[in-house]
Design a protein around this ligand. Structure first.
Ligand code: DGY
Length: 319
């Protein structure tokens, strides 16, 4: 029997699977586990099931000890894990691609609708008890039909967002590091362009690329200035892909029309200037937040863990 440390609360279905084969030490606190407590608990662990709020770095791997075999992230994004540090110690790192694709695309498209149709503004106005009545020019937004959606990062979530956009009558352009199956691109009517063209062409831009050194502040003041003043930017990927201070300034000055953000540069902090702006919709990292999706993510993370501890190939290793 191995010792599995789970760094935060996850659905019971995953804990039950792990407990059927191993000793499980799961953090049950209402708040995130503190760093000190985490370093203490991982000592002697054979597996760590991690949430994206926990940094899995060399210090933590050393604190765990040489018996650690697997770090299993309950997230598709793994910028919280130092993968080379894992690999260098012979530790397998895994993530949860696929199972959160549709839920995240739903939130991306929800933010596209909220931003372009000014739903957050309308909601805030009613809740603030402000007087209103139907008016020809009251809270006019922007239609999606016939507009161009630019997708940065055309992996599974980008493609799922494109499918939704197609159903709304949008044209799709995309920029992606990896090759897309031409049949899928054709079915979506999606055209590959470079980032510069995407920025200048798109009416709505949705970010779906992974975060890393290559995508840090991929969207900054220069890129925002290249967009049309009628463009909306949506980010459901990772906060630091966007320079939040530059975005706040661009929204304030009307450089772009609006934005929808599910992720932030320094979560859970939000740039204070964004909080004062009407033309940005802010939601607290809800991309995968459905009961079904979170259960599927946790169960996949458990399956990855169990496979490595059995000496088998995990279903979704990183890399
Ligand atoms: C992920 O899995 O990377 C998501 O951000 C979780 O919501």
């Amino acid at each position: 029997m191995s010792r599995v440390v789970v760094t935060g609360r996850v659905p019971d279905a995953a804990i039950e699977k792990l407990r059927a084969e191993h000793e499980v030490d799961a953090w049950e606190g209402p708040e995130s586990i503190g760093r000190e407590e985490l370093l203490r608990r991982v000592a002697g662990a054979d597996a760590v099931v991690s949430l994206l709020t926990e940094r899995i770095d060399a210090e933590l791997l050393d604190a765990a000890g040489p018996q650690l075999k697997v770090v299993s992230n309950v997230a598709v994004g793994y910028d919280n894990i130092d993968v080379p540090a894992c690999t260098g110690r012979g530790i397998i790192a895994t993530n949860t691609p696929g199972v959160l694709t549709e839920a995240t695309a739903d939130i991306a498209f929800g933010l596209i609708l909220m931003a372009t149709r000014r739903l957050g503004e309308g909601e805030r106005l009613i809740r603030a008890g402000q007087p209103w009545k139907w008016g020809m020019f009251f809270l006019l937004g922007s239609s999606l039909q016939g507009k161009t959606l630019g997708i940065v990062g055309m992996g599974g979530i980008g493609q799922a967002t494109a499918r939704r956009a197609k159903a709304f009558g949008m044209d799709i352009v995309y920029q992606s590091r990896s090759e897309i199956d031409p049949a899928i691109a054709a079915e979506l009517g999606a055209r590959q362009v470079d980032l510069d063209e995407l920025l200048t062409l798109s009416d709505v831009i949705s970010l779906h690329c992974p975060y890393g050194a290559a995508t840090h502040h991929l969207i900054g003041a220069e890129q925002l200035a290249a967009m049309k003043s009628s463009t909306y930017l949506v980010n459901t990927a990772r906060g630091p892909i966007v320079d939040e201070a530059a975005l706040a300034a661009a929204l304030h000055e009307g450089v772009i029309a609006g934005a929808g953000l599910d992720v932030f540069e320094n979560e859970p902090q939000v740039h204070p200037e964004l909080l004062d702006l009407e033309n940005v919709t802010l939601v607290p990292h809800l991309g995968s937040a459905t009961v079904e999706t979170r259960t599927a993510m946790a169960v996949l993370a458990a399956d990855n863990t169990l496979a490595v501890l059995r000496g088998e190939q995990p279903p979704t290793p990183i890399g």
